[in-house]
Design a protein around this ligand. Structure first.
Ligand code: HEC
Length: 111
């Protein structure tokens, strides 16, 4: 009996695998939505708040790190740690995964 459902089951699993393979390369706007959800634009939008750089500025600053995993890791850590002087909750609350997606999005131009 259960054999009848197997091919469909397998197809389903293959679909999931394909999906998870595609995830790291989700279109960039998925991360700009994340930035929106996390309130990043409150300070990094146009006009930026106080001394916050715009995402466009950050993107040109970060572009040189494209493809450099260890630099990317350092940026993720730096973002989540927050700076010594300025506490920024929105930065420090980020999960490792979200921070990585956002840093990658910025490295790729923050579009
Ligand atoms: C309350 C205002 C505020 C919010 C909200 C905010 N930021 Fe920032 N961010 C700043 C300021 C100010 C700086 C510059 C000073 C610093 O780096 O601490 C900064 C710096 C940065 C930097 C540069 C760090 C470096 O020095 O390389 C990145 C990347 C960044 N923010 C990303 C984000 C992301 C992603 C979000 C959303 C999760 C976010 N910020 C939300 C204020 C904010």
């Amino acid at each position: 009996m259960s054999c009848d459902t197997r091919p469909a089951h397998r197809l389903h699993r293959t679909g999931l695998m394909v999906l998870s393979l595609l995830l790291p390369s989700l279109p960039a706007h998925a991360s700009s939505q994340l930035a929106l959800d996390k309130g990043c634009y409150t300070c990094h939008g146009k006009p930026p708040r106080k001394n916050a750089p715009t995402f466009a500025e950050l993107a040109s600053r970060y572009a040189k790190h494209r493809g450099n995993t260890s630099a990317e890791n350092a940026l993720v850590e730096k973002l989540r740690q927050g700076s010594f002087l300025g506490h920024i909750d929105a930065h420090e609350r980020l999960s490792q995964e979200d921070a990585r997606r956002l840093v990658r999005w910025i490295i790729d131009g923050a579009h």
